[in-house]
Design a protein around this ligand. Sequence first.
Ligand code: FAD
Length: 460
Amino acid sequence: MKTVLVIGGGITGLSALYELQKWKNSNGTDVRLVLAEASNQLGGKIRTIIQDEFVMEAGADSIVARKMEEMTLFEELGLGKEVVYNATGRSFIYSDGQLKLIPEDAVFGIPASIESLAKSTLVSAEGKVAAMQDFYTKNETFTKNDSIGSFLEHFLGTELVEKQIAPVLSGVYSGKLSDLTLASTLPYLIDYKEQYGSIIKGLEANKQKFKGGERKFLSFQNGLGSVIDALEEKLADAEILKNTKVTNIEKNSSRYQVFLNNQEIIEADFVVLSIPNTAAENLIDDPDLKNEFSRFKNSSLISVYVGFDVPDSVLPADGTGFITANTDELSCNACTWTSRKWEHTSNSGNLLVRLFYKNSHPSYASLEKMEKEELLEIALGDIHKSLGISATPVASEVTKWADQMPNYLISHPKSVEALESKMAADYSGIILAGCSYYGVGIPDCIQNGIDSARKIIQTL
Ligand code: FAD
């Protein structure tokens, strides 16, 4: 009997296993399906924590709704009725000691009309004049493989980019704008520049596309962990081994010997490697492979939730959070007003906020060494300074994600290609999968899990 071993019980590995189990059941094929997960629970970067009246997410908190439209997974898992959507609202940028609204009619902070630019309180008159160049210049040199930072600065000026666009965009795409390509972020901007002669005019002409659609996210009444629990329940025909870390993989003629931390060995015909690149590179003793893995980069983040016995109406009406513009003012990069944005996260309507501390912030080096209690104190300081709230918290959750946020550098597609061809040549039967390579969003991970399973099914 053939054995398929999935290493890593995050959403990618679970989706792969689920697809394999569906095939096994519909085909009646005798195949052994095993999943090894290092932690004592499944889910990886999806982990819901329910504390009294609050629903908190240690990692991912929502899913882009549009990307799930073609998939039936949630219905198959019986979760259709539990889906909840985010409340839309306005976002602020914390700058010069104040919360300032991001102008209406802006897409990721980029003005989508001349009025939006004119009304901005984030940019000086000089900055606005500089941005007007967008209407009079032509794109002669930039391609989609250039950095989005230099493209935007060239046409819209440095001040608008630094004060209004970069805080939003680098938060969404987790990286410095100078390190991100147009292709991997907003490729349509270059088409707009071409077609309409101006980025601002292009966004204005395509406004409908950005209304609501881009902002529609979903979760579940009891948090994203519901997907993980439902998958675990469905996976009755697979062996799920928790607290089981894979320590080494060795090739043994046509099979693989997979060594576990409990001294057991699994002989597998196929292996799905749905673990982060940092974990994968330690499993196979091959210097060439290590070299390929070393091209991938990750950043770090600390997430802090704080719940108060205070109604969330203390916050500005319609607001759902802020982004920090100047790193010398606050230690956090951003703060989501979770109870506002997600009604299901606070039974009583009391205030629940989430602060993000990223390694792009100069304070991060000292923050990452701190204990959770100290980090909570830092968060309370930021909350007091930005929101004026000094109440005692009634719930809190601090999670460190050290080196766990993949950065899709300009070189990313080439690095994936090189690693894939090395694997295909020397380790056929081991399938690379997951957020380190094929997209970080949960829908991408689900699709990649399914695709990985299908690759194996084809040869089984
Ligand atoms: P992981 O979830 O990393 O799973 C890998 C699993 O492998 C883990 O369970 C780990 O314990 C296990 N493992 C590692 N090494 C071994 C080993 N040697 N042996 C056995 N098991 C091992 N995406 C969204 O779509 N929306 C969001 O709102 C969002 N927010 C995010 C917020 C944060 C703070 C983070 C960290 C991520 C966020 N993401 C979001 C991204 C998304 O959560 C991830 O890309 C996705 O969940 C990754 O799934 P995965 O299965 O590929 O990997």
